[in-house]
Ligand binder design. Structure first.
Ligand SMILES: Nc1ncnc2c1ncn2[C@@H]1O[C@H](COP(=O)(O)OP(=O)(O)OP(=O)(O)O)[C@@H](O)[C@H]1O
Ligand SMILES: [Mg+2]
Length: 197
């Protein structure tokens, strides 16, 4: 059996509020980058960056660019912090555990969706990878301070929803959603660790 999908659902089902600050930012954005305004998909702007495995020289640059762009848009600090941390950790997981990948951030009217997909060895046991302290980071990476195995748990806490999908020998795709101005995060209600053959 290889690969699998773990889905973490939200605590709240009601529609998330949108902070006025973000409204202002998005309005400005839609006027500035009209070419990137995609009404059909509902995506106002998509940011996409390449991430290379084991490239510690450039590690963190993609998420720094995302953070700066979101700051320019006037995103509220709580949402900004959550998105920035998730992006950084997802980027570092590609750097540490995969060969190459992409960090994609969809800025929508109600939420920000972070997608980190990679070509890599994949995750053998997703449920185990989700547990605190589980890490397969190699020794030389641990010496740099990584490998605590807490990241996926942290992302779970910061995101309003998280989906991790992986196929052994092919790669991994992480998708996290953060709603604007939605303070009560960490609403992990259930973990349907359904493994697909
Ligand atoms: N993109 C990925 N490709 C392959 N395996 C991954 C990927 N992301 C996570 N994993 C697996 O899940 C484990 C847990 O990931 P997690 O991010 O929580 O910890 P870590 O990266 O090992 O250490 P750190 O706490 O520094 O992030 C990893 O050790 C690795 O085995
Ligand atoms: Mg990690």
């Amino acid at each position: 059996m290889s690969g699998g999908v773990a889905i973490f659902s939200l605590r709240h089902d009601d529609s998330p509020p949108i902070s006025p600050i973000v409204y202002a930012g998005l309005d400005l954005l839609s006027r500035v980058v009209v070419g990137q305004f995609d009404t059909e998909e509902g995506v106002l702007l998509q940011l996409e960056y390449e991430v290379k495995g084991m490239d510690f020289r450039n590690a963190g640059k993609a998420s720094t660019r995302v953070r700066k762009r979101l700051q320019q848009l006037g995103l509220d600090s709580t949402t900004l912090r959550s998105v920035a941390v998730i992006c950084y950790e997802a980027e570092m997981n590609i750097v540490i555990h995969a060969y190459e990948g992409r960090l994609i951030v969809d800025i929508d009217t109600t939420m920000i969706e972070i997608t980190a997909r990679d070509r890599g060895p994949g995750i053998e046991d997703i449920e185990r990878a989700m547990q605190d302290g589980f890490s397969t980071a190699p020794e030389h990476v641990r010496e740099m301070g990584f490998g605590a195995g807490m990241v996926l748990t942290n992302i779970k806490r910061l995101a309003n929803s998280l989906q991790l999908e992986s196929t052994e020998g092919e790669g991994t795709c992480l998708k996290a959603v953060v709603y604007y101005g939605y303070p009560q995060k960490g609403g992990v209600q259930s973990c349907q660790g359904s493994f697909t053959p």
